[in-house]
Design a protein around this ligand. Structure first.
Ligand SMILES: Cc1cc2nc3c(=O)[nH]c(=O)nc-3n(C[C@H](O)[C@H](O)[C@H](O)COP(=O)(O)OP(=O)(O)OC[C@H]3O[C@@H](n4cnc5c(N)ncnc54)[C@H](O)[C@@H]3O)c2cc1C
Length: 507
């Protein structure tokens, strides 16, 4: 009989692991606490509108020439891009400076250079340097085919040879943070715009450059149909490969006998045995709840106690009975707050605004689905508030109100056109996915902790037949990491079973 792999969590990571497990002949069962698959990669319907809760850019949406290429292959193996149209934005993000100037992040690096140089001629040299990073990175192929745990001598030699031309570039992008590089700009507007592009200015410059390089090579677009349809395509692939998924099945414990993972116990008490266990659920819960903290390493304590994460957010979703005309050419906008307000103790200075006009499935013709996003690291505030349902509800409605007041400053009359609203908070993410402190990405990779983050293991010393996958083992996370780490886990199991890892094409 084929060996059985039990997968905890039916987010993208769990689904990817399930697909690759089936491609390699394993019996698989996914246990998912929610009533649908996809985890954070989701969307929800309110009236005529669909509100998307995840993908802003999909690394590997097209073949590209560089970092996206490997992921394009993975998404095709997983059936995620089958018959899927991709929207490649001309302008990915537009930032309004405090003095009202618009700074655009065009996907094409040459157009970006021209526009930024016109904006700030005195920064021409730094702009040229930045755009050359984007163009060079767009050609950089990353070694993604195997988990590093399986690298042999010749793999390392091959990687050194492939990466040799990029050695200097790699150093430039990993040893300085976005904020450090941005400080070279004389124009404070350019500085602020760059610092805000990936939610955290302390991350390595690589994060910003990598994102822009996938856009430049048309490998970082938006999948039409949205995040939930994207996840559903992988779920269908998994089911068509013969995988099983159990919904409303929250896992409480991983069963261990003689330091070997042998099964799981669900919250209802039911025990299920398997030959291998993969946790594609939250790492904090995996280590400290499912395994009672028995197999943690010092690095886990350092990460959870001292390392900054990307944090969490508040999403105000709006169904609006209007289109945005020429303002639609850029899907992501970043506006200064004009009507001041605070969330918890923190004054809000900027907010993100994203329209989904490019996707006809999100709203009826002539109408627009849009979201305003506020990043926050104050999970405690929301956790406390959530204990009193009335205060929680009224805080959500206050934030909605302030969002509309601020949007009025940029789109006069918009409030009267809003037909449907919805507010999700850090507690929504927590409830929906049980991710630690409502996080939707994992640790922030700074120039200082780069090596430490590479040491996060997918296996735990002393525990046999157990693997971890997902955003926590490959920071900072994101949907590409889900495909990669789900795939890695099955490659590691295949290696243990002495089976040659194989993938099948989705026909
Ligand atoms: C607003 C927002 C924007 C984003 N934008 C992007 C983007 O543009 N590009 C990008 O690449 N990424 C983006 N991300 C991040 C991306 O969504 C995640 O990093 C990725 O989807 C994580 O997938 P995962 O499967 O590892 O984890 P999750 O999606 O968290 O899945 C874990 C699953 O495990 C289940 N689970 C948890 N505990 C248990 C239990 N005890 N028993 C059973 N099941 C359990 C959960 O219900 C969930 O389904 C964004 C996320 C958000 C919220």
């Amino acid at each position: 009989m084929n060996k059985k792999i039990i997968i905890i969590g039916g987010g993208l990571t769990g689904l990817a692991a399930g697909c690759y497990a089936r491609m390699n002949g394993f019996e698989t069962e996914i246990y998912e606490s929610h009533n649908r698959a996809g985890g954070l990669c989701t969307a929800w319907k309110r009236g005529e509108y669909t509100f998307d809760g995840c993908i802003h850019w999909l690394t590997g949406s097209g073949p590209g020439r560089g970092p996206g290429q490997a992921f394009y292959k993975f998404w095709n193996e997983l059936g995620a891009l089958k018959k899927r149209k991709i929207y490649d934005p001309d302008c990915f993000y537009r930032y309004m400076t405090k003095d009202g100037r618009l700074i655009s992040f065009y996907s094409d690096a040459d157009r970006l250079r021209q526009h930024w140089t016109e904006t700030s001629p005195e920064d021409a040299k730094v702009i040229r340097e930045f755009c050359s990073y984007i163009k060079k990175t767009a050609k950089m192929k990353m070694p993604m085919e195997k988990p590093f745990e399986l690298f042999k001598f010749w793999d390392i030699v091959k990687i050194i040879i492939t990466m040799l031309p990029y050695g200097k570039l790699f150093k430039q992008l990993t040893t300085q943070s976005i904020a450090e590089f941005a400080s070279k700009f004389k124009d404070p507007g350019l500085r602020d715009a760059l610092e805000n592009i990936v939610f955290n200015k302390n991350v390595q410059l690589m994060a910003a450059v990598m994102t822009l390089s996938t856009l430049h090579s048309k490998s970082g677009g938006f999948p039409i149909g949205g995040s939930l349809e994207f996840a559903k395509a992988i779920e269908s692939r998994y089911l068509s490969l013969g995988g099983k998924i159990h919904f409303r099945s929250p896992v409480e414990k991983i069963l261990v006998e003689n330091d070997m993972a042998v099964g799981i116990r669900l919250e209802g008490g039911q025990e299920i045995k398997g030959d291998y266990i993969i946790s594609a659920a939250d790492m904090h819960a995996t280590l400290y709840k499912f395994l009672d903290g028995k197999y943690t390493e010092p690095i886990h304590n350092t990460l959870f106690n001292h390392t900054q994460t990307y944090n969490t957010c508040i999403q105000v979703s709006l169904g609006i009975n209007m289109t945005f005309g020429e303002k639609e050419d850029c899907v992501g906008l970043h506006y200064p707050v004009k009507v001041p307000f605070s969330i918890g103790e923190n004054p809000v200075t900027y907010f993100g605004f994203r329209t989904y006009s490019m996707d006809p499935t999100m709203a009826p013709q002539g109408k627009t689905s849009a979201v305003a996003l506020y990043m926050t690291d104050d999970f405690d505030y929301w956790e406390k508030l959530h204990k009193d349902k009335e205060s929680y509800r009224s805080e959500k409605s206050r934030i909605l109100d302030m969002t509309l007041k601020n949007l009025e400053c940029y789109y006069p009359g918009i409030s009267d056109k809003v037909e449907v609203t919805d507010v999700s908070t850090p507690m929504t993410y927590m409830r929906y996915t049980q991710n630690w402190r409502g996080n939707f990405m994992s640790w922030v990779g700074t120039p200082g902790n780069h090596e430490e983050l590479q040491r996060i293991g997918k296996m735990l010393p002393g525990l046999q037949n157990f693997y971890m996958a997902g955003m926590w083992v490959m920071p900072p996370g994101g949907v590409p990491t889900a495909a990669k780490t789900g795939r890695d886990a099955i490659q590691l199991i295949c290696a243990k079973e002495k089976i040659r890892f194989q993938t099948t094409k989705d026909m």
